[in-house]
Design a protein. Structure first.
Ligand SMILES: CC(=O)[C@@H](O)[C@H](O)COP(=O)(O)O
Length: 252
């Protein structure tokens, strides 16, 4: 459950950098997503026509604060997004450095505290750090969005053991992998590990065929969720015969 919403699809899609608005609309349709994220700053540049297109797509809009570097910028952007899109949802990004695009955990927690107290449902873009995650929950966030890898890098699950620890530590808290996913197999792996959803943008927007890639990610995310819910076998260090030896004829 992502706040008050239980989506069928666990695929959350970004809307930046597509070759055209038409390709974006087709990719959203092929992805089966019910939640799209929109950067207020970029959207603001593109104007009202883009906003009208997004509103016509029959998906929930999760505005984001991409490009914000301070608490003040992020809070102001979130407040503008609430008015523009008529939603209390906000994907909170407070970036620590323009080159790494790594979240600033101190500013993130402070901004989350202010926005939660102001009635927002905050989706915080964070790292796999457990203490930062705890502080975000204390601030009032009901879910966390750990990165897979730096935004736009396509590196996949860069710290897989850290993400495993995070999944185990925050039992029952929805965790959505956000950013750095480059291939459908990486998204499937995250779902198999027990994550609740995948948010990505670049891997679809910059694919040679974004519409087809959106479909590929949709299949992979669905497969990963199915595997997770079916109960995966435990990994073993040693072999275990898959064929029973009971009843075999004895030769002497
Ligand atoms: C679109 C968005 O909200 C960002 O968090 C980010 O752009 C997603 O990361 P990738 O582009 O690496 O998928």
């Amino acid at each position: 459950m992502f706040y008050d919403f239980q989506p069928q699809s666990r695929f959350l899609l970004g809307t930046a950098g597509y070759p055209s608005p038409d390709v974006l609309a087709q990719a959203i349709s092929a992805s089966g997503t019910e939640i799209i994220t929109v950067s207020l700053r970029r959207e603001g540049n593109a104007g009202g026509a883009f906003r009208e297109l997004l509103k016509s797509l029959n998906t929930r809009i999760l505005p984001n604060t991409a490009g914000c570097h301070t608490v003040k910028e992020a809070v102001t952007t979130a407040q503008m997004a609430r008015e523009l899109f008529n939603t209390s949802w906000i994907k909170l990004e407070v970036i620590g450095h323009a080159d790494t695009l790594q979240p600033d955990p101190f500013a993130l927690v402070e901004a989350a505290r202010i926005l939660c107290a102001d009635g927002f449902n905050v989706f915080p873009y964070t790292t796999e750090d457990l203490i930062v995650g705890e502080k975000l929950l204390e601030a009032g966030c009901e879910l966390l969005m750990p990165w897979g890898a730096p935004i736009g890098s396509g590196q996949g699950l860069r710290n897989i053991e850290g993400l495993r620890s995070m999944r185990a530590w925050f039992k029952g808290i929805p965790l959505i992998i956000d950013a750095g996913i480059g291939a459908p197999s990486q998204a499937a792996q995250a779902m198999e590990m027990g994550f609740d959803g995948i948010l990505l943008n670049t891997a679809v927007a910059k694919a040679r065929d974004p519409v087809r890639m959106a479909g590929a990610f949709a299949s992979a995310i669905h497969a990963g969720l199915e595997a997770q819910q079916a109960g995966m076998m435990e990994r073993r260090d040693m072999a275990a015969a898959s064929t029973p030896i009971f009843g075999l004829a004895e030769f002497s």
